[in-house]
Ligand binder design. Sequence first.
Ligand code: ADP
Ligand code: ZN
Ligand code: ZN
Length: 741
Amino acid sequence: MEKLYAEIIIDISHEALDRVFSYKVPFSLREDIRIGQQVTVPFGRGNKERKGYVVGFSNRTDYDENKVKEILRIDADAVTAESRMLNLAYWIRENYGSTMIQALRTVLPVQEKMNRRSARWIELKIDPVHGPALLEEYFGKHYTAKARLLAALLDQNRISWEQAAHQLKISKSTVDSMVKDDVIRVVTEYYYRNPSQQETELEPPALLNKEQQKLVDEFKQDLLREEHRVYLLHGVTGSGKTEVYLAAIDEVIKRGQQAIVLIPEIALTYQTVRRFTKRFGERVSILNSRLSKGEKYDQWLRAKQGDVDVIIGPRSALFVPFPNLGLIVIDEEHEGSYKSEQTPKYHARETAIQKASMEGASVILGSATPSVESYKHALEGKYRLWELTKRAQNAVLPQVYIEDLRAELRAGNRSIFSRRLRSLMEDRLNKGEQMMLFLNRRGYAGFVSCRSCGHVMECPHCDVSMTYHREGVLKCHYCGYELPMPKTCPECGSPYIGTFGLGTQKVESAIYKEFPGVRVLRMDMDTTRRKHSHEEILKAFSRGEADILVGTQMIVKGHDYANVTLVGILAADLSLHANDYRAGERTFQLLTQAAGRAGRGDKGGEVVIQTYSPDHYSIVTAAAQDYKEFYRQEIGYRTLMKYPPVWQMLVIFFSGSDEDQVKELSGKTAEVLKRMELLVIGPGEASVVRMKDQYRRVVYIKDADYQNLIRAKDHVEAWLEQQQEKRNVLINFDFNPMNSY
Ligand code: ADP
Ligand code: ZN
Ligand code: ZN
């Protein structure tokens, strides 16, 4: 496309994003101009010079050509807060695929400008020694309102506007008249809504142990040398990672800089903020979607003006405009919630690293089970690998048993509890200790397995599990390969082949049946719909109001219960057979986290992992708490199958109400891509073929080089521009997807 016209936004604020102006690009600038640049343009009737930002180009304009004004110049080295934000938006657009406006909306998450909270005070302006004489005068002239106000002010120096109006019944005109006479003045004080207010006393930092101190020393050294790195802090839960974050942030604050701390979910805010407030007092704030508009706006402003040093929040808190950012911490960096589910589908980890490098800041990624991506970067020296090998407070790791469910069936046990889990549950009930039963259902989408031998139906081309469809066929969602649903297990011939139908409700009723009289709390999507129900359930459990807590992954995060001495994982395979390549990694993370819940107090603990695949490396290495061995095996699989992070993957997702149009456009797109000599898989149907009457298809592209995938995206975007039928089909890009389609 020729860059004849540029789309310009004049004012970068969220509410102005929809107002795009068309300007002519003079011939002399056509070579150099690009999206994201700051330019100077004539604006309004007087053609006053204004700063503008380029968000797009076109080769025609909808306006009268003779009235369209020309861009005056490119402001090449502008480094304002706006231009920094713009550059990041541009980077997001390029790397994840979206329009510039969508990218700008992402980096400007505050919805609208709000009035600041303020309070008005009335103060005495005259010297109080002259007060009594003036009071006399007012009485003499029967100025009773003035006299009331003056008397009050002589008494207490300042009174609030509300108090004057309501208690003293002083009118505005009285105040105005006294202001005019220079007797009093009105002062407006602005203050911020502070959502993170927690009554906590400052606590002195823990004396770091040797391992922690070594890392913090290294961080200090790097800061001194102005070396801004990415550190991957690998340490089991309780090994003292948070203490390291706190010490590193302390160093950054001492240099007059600020820090952003990302947490994977809002539910963890309270405990995190509490810990940070104990260390840094009031200069800590939060930013998340549960705040009111006013609260959000104020936190944004406080950060921008440097009135806070630390902002804590989920993914979107990354875009806080600190004047002098020094550090970004990402806790539990492996969590899927760091990837945006809306276009642009940016990953907060990668975006944080980009932002940090643009602003000269460091990044600390922390996890007990690092993502395969990050660990690979660390081993290759792109990130600095930091390790904490011991638990800070000498708590012992639990004893872990793997129970083979195939053997249970052979022994005639058809219960959902293995014999070992059952007897340990009885033991805990007798002792009055608590337990957690965990069912990892997320990501599970109708895989088919044999209850007798554990065989799982997998796609021969993609090595991911195939999904059962109602018509009695099995499908692979990466490549579209299909098989009829077998009647007997192709491996052992047993008739016990089918989909896995275990839910938390079933678990709950099974418990009541086998252990009459026990007290059960259940936590899943159904029981946590209300706003605080999540915390209520956990609190009830920690008060000992139930013997057993049954739940999905929601129960495995962050909470410490000293009285929990048994954790049962009912079907470790469930997450293993999600139909995407991250299934093994997710299973390892979930099992490690779940196992870590047992024995946090001084009683020690036991963990039972029930599975049909007792030899699978994700399960074996999780039971042994051996991350390094897990990584070795997982990276082998990813290499062999050309999956990320060894190869890079791009999903192009099509949806529309007209099935034929979606089919045709996705098919043509795949052809265009194949001509670029890329490895193209599909198009195939999405795992949910139709949703809300929209028909859904996907094309996968793999390449060793991410840049080639960006090129592919750009090419497809340009090609789509010329297609007629695209209008009724929605197209989305997702790089290295976290979820299956
Ligand atoms: P993680 O973030 O890795 O889960 P934390 O930083 O929360 O670990 O530490 C776990 C527990 O150990 C916390 O209660 C913390 O206060 C304590 N702790 C951490 N480091 C030390 C230390 N050096 N001395 C004493 N207690 C510590
Ligand atoms: Zn079988
Ligand atoms: Zn396949």
